[in-house]
Write a protein that binds this ligand. Structure first.
Ligand SMILES: [Zn+2]
Ligand SMILES: [Zn+2]
Length: 356
């Protein structure tokens, strides 16, 4: 099989050929139809996450060694299965849930399978789908995406799921047209969140984004208001807008950027009892004044990808008409290195999807 691999951290990916694996036991061999390029791939590619205060988390500490194949947003066609793999159809295309977990550790037992203590995540821990084939350890991680294109279905596995799970945490169905949700960042996740919020909630949706072009797309996606956070009056304008027409202020922040600046901006906007959901992985460190957290009863929580159940629910919602058709740019698998460069330089609006 052909895979675009990291040979040296941060250096352009290189094409490598290897023998296509034979699925054993419960394993399933999938021919990749599409694989999304995720922003977090940039961190994996570089080999570290910036934790702030000059601290870095090295990917190698997770036990990931080179050469390595990224790609944790795959959809593909089942071409072979081990003797214990039941309930799937050979020749059928499935979306793949990449957040493979053990099912028995403490977090898994508590329903937080996405932060399993012994994860075997496709494309971040084990070789992924920047390749023409990928092994999935069990058929339960394959989700029927009939009615949705592979290009769209694959992006649901990470960006879509991450967005959906974060939105579920703010209980969108309980928000009314008098409540405002502010989305920080109009990259792939932020734009997806606008669509999901539109479908699941009556709340007013505001998108805060530095880039004018991305702000314009957010409007097309259905944002009720957009704001340029670099403007001095941004916070004041936002709070005013959230109070007009009987508005009850800003109930929730969905931070898809994850910088100290966005944390500060988000917390400054929230109404009493508001909820800041931290999702983005840009990195950095942030210090804050603590008493307001109690006085204002603010809530700050982290959200990381989502569970298999949430993934099935999300795919089901899209199959039933929730429109998540964000702009998708296809690139041949062989151009994966260029695709990463483009993503890094901020040139990509919407999502990049590799095609083997
Ligand atoms: Zn991802
Ligand atoms: Zn586990």
């Amino acid at each position: 099989m052909r895979s675009m691999q990291i040979i040296k951290w941060g250096e352009p990916l290189e094409l490598r050929e290897s023998e296509t694996p034979t699925p054993q036991g419960s394993e399933v061999l999938v021919r990749v139809d599409a694989c999304g390029v995720c922003h977090s791939d940039l961190h994996i590619w570089k080999g570290f996450f910036d934790l702030g205060n000059d601290q870095k988390f090295q990917i190698e500490e997770r036990g990931v060694h080179l050469p390595f194949t990224m790609g944790h947003e795959p959809a593909g066609t089942v071409i072979a299965a081990g003797s214990e793999a039941q309930g799937i159809e050979t020749g059928k295309s499935y979306a793949i849930y990449p957040w493979i977990n053990c099912g028995s550790c403490e977090p898994c037992q508590n329903g937080l399978t996405q932060i399993c203590d012994a994860p075997k995540i496709i494309g971040t821990r084990v070789n992924g789908a920047y390749s023409d084939h990928v092994i999935v350890p069990h058929p339960k991680f394959l989700v029927d995406h009939s009615g949705i294109s592979a290009d769209l279905a694959c992006t649901l596995a990470c960006s879509g799921l991450t967005t959906f799970s974060a939105i579920r945490k703010i209980q969108p169905d309980r928000l009314t047209e008098r409540d405002t949700v502010v989305v920080l960042g109009a990259g792939g996740l932020g734009l997806t969140s606008v669509r999901i919020l539109k479908y699941m909630s009556k709340a007013r949706i505001v998108v805060s984004e530095l880039d004018a072009e991305k702000r314009a797309i957010a409007v097309q996606m259905g944002a009720d208001l957009i704001v340029d956070p670099s403007r001095d009056s941004a916070a004041k304008d936002l709070k005013t807008a959230a109070q007009t027409d009987d508005g009850r202020g800003i109930a929730a922040i969905l931070d898809f950027v994850g910088l100290p600046q966005t944390m500060e901006f988000g917390l400054s906007l929230l109404r009493k009892g508001g909820h800041h959901v931290h999702v983005g992985l840009f990195g950095g460190a942030y210090s804050m004044s603590l008493p307001p957290l109690a006085f204002r009863m603010l809530r700050v929580s982290g959200s990381y990808v989502g569970t298999l159940e949430e993934f099935r629910e999300l795919v089901g919602l899209v199959q039933n008409g929730m429109d998540l058709s964000i702009p998708i740019t296809n690139r041949p698998l062989d151009e994966a290195a260029d695709a990463l460069e483009d993503l890094q330089s901020g040139k990509v609006a919407g999502r990049l999807v590799l095609k083997p």
